[in-house]
Design a protein. Structure first.
Length: 141
């Protein structure tokens, strides 16, 4: 196995570890994998279209629709027609959605602290530099 293959293997293992969230009830986080990412986006930029969500998060439009339906059913988001263009539906966080997004953010922060606790600060800085370099060329599939 060459170095590139080894790197990919370790990246896949790392991603699997990052995705595992050992604490908390999975039901608490929503039934759709992209739902948490959408809540994150809406807590930064509230009132965006499904197309904007798909583009910003590199999620397929169909997956966005499914996640939006889940979030709406749970009372975390609401939809409104755009005042500028009635053909466009904008997505907004509800108060409950804001509370849930804040809870998820705190849980992610604690998970990140646990996950990266094995690294020294200088190692974290190096890893951040390298990952940033890799991700500047990232494109949506």
């Amino acid at each position: 196995m060459n170095i590139d293959q080894q790197l990919m293997k370790h990246l896949k293992q790392t991603l699997a570890s990052v995705r595992r969230h050992p604490h908390g009830d999975p039901e608490h986080h929503g039934r759709h994998r992209g739902a948490g990412h959408i809540l994150d986006l809406l807590s930064i930029e509230n009132g965006v279209s499904q197309q904007q969500i798909a583009g910003a998060l590199c999620i397929r439009p169909q997956s966005v629709s499914e996640a939006i339906a889940t979030l709406e059913a749970r009372g975390f988001i609401r939809k409104e027609s755009s005042a500028a263009d009635r053909r466009i539906t904008l997505i907004y966080l509800t108060e409950e959605g804001q509370r849930h997004a804040a809870i998820l953010a705190r849980e992610r922060e604690a998970h990140a602290q646990r996950f990266f606790s094995v690294l020294r600060d200088d190692e974290k800085a190096t890893l951040l530099t390298l990952l940033t370099k890799l991700n500047t060329t990232k494109e949506c599939d």
